[in-house]
Ligand binder design. Structure first.
Ligand SMILES: *[C@@H]1O[C@H](CO)[C@@H](O)[C@H](O)[C@H]1NC(C)=O
Ligand SMILES: *[C@@H]1O[C@H](CO)[C@@H](O)[C@H](O)[C@H]1NC(C)=O
Length: 225
């Protein structure tokens, strides 16, 4: 009798714990929450200690300008071989974002412009197409490919850390505004990481990984200078 009521108690405790962890999941999936109203970054502060983010400007010297940025109004050109260009309102260009767990990027695409396959290790990405039509796709960890042609006014979300791309499938310029739940999402471009690193990843590793001769690896590597 005693045993079974004890058993019952531990079962209810377990249920309670399960319930509360569902109601209040740990908030560890994106940038940590700030410990103060704001912490305007001093990105280039010399000899400053390294913390998870950037040190804060003294609060007394913070002004309205620290919360304002014109960075996304830059007139982007698209004349490199990929035909896409972006401006980043992240903590590096807009120090007021420090510790706030958010950033915004504007991307423009020439016809057939491509933002090549890449990942953001630290953020989920919400793509808002403002002009034209983009093919947006990502690959999940189980190898499934998810994609959509996204038109002006429409959204597509790319879950944190997954490999993805955007490609202009229209005949005119396309543009998107992209939100991240991180002040600095980090960008790992697949081709450049593997073939353009310094120092280089050994040819034999890439040759085996891609199932091609080392000569082919050298050819691809040459495109990264
Ligand atoms: C942006 O640049 C293009 C090409 O240089 C030019 O034609 C256009 O007028 C510029 N737009 C703005 C808003 O400055
Ligand atoms: C992006 O646009 C800026 C501003 O027009 C220009 O300086 C830069 O060269 C462009 N980059 C690419 C990759 O087209």
């Amino acid at each position: 009798m005693k045993m079974s009521s004890h058993h019952y108690l531990s079962q209810s405790l377990l249920l309670l714990l399960l319930h509360s962890s569902l109601l209040f999941p740990p908030t560890a999936a994106y940038d940590p929450e700030p410990n103060q109203d704001f912490c305007v970054a001093i990105p280039d502060s010399p000899n400053s200690i390294s913390i998870n983010g950037f040190p804060c400007k003294p609060s007394s010297s913070v002004t309205s300008d620290d919360f304002f940025s014109t960075i996304l109004s830059i007139n982007l050109t698209t004349n490199d071989r990929f035909g896409a260009n972006a401006s980043f309102a992240d903590v590096l260009s807009f120090p007021g974002l420090n510790t706030l767990g958010i950033s915004l990027v504007r991307v423009v695409f020439a016809p057939a412009g491509l933002v090549q396959p890449h990942t953001h290790p630290c953020a989920t990405e919400l793509v808002f197409v403002t002009e034209g039509q983009l093919l947006v796709g990502f690959v999940a960890t189980d190898g499934r490919y998810f994609s959509k042609v996204v038109g002006a006014g429409e959204l597509f979300v790319i879950p944190m850390g997954l490999m993805h791309f955007q490609y202009n499938v229209g005949e005119v310029t396309a543009a998107a505004t992209v939100a991240f739940n991180s002040q600095l999402p980090g960008t790992v471009i697949a081709a450049r990481s593997l073939f353009g690193s310094k120092p280089a990843v050994p040819d034999v590793v890439l040759s085996e990984a891609f199932g091609v001769e080392e000569e082919v690896v050298k050819q691809i590597r040459a495109k990264f200078g």
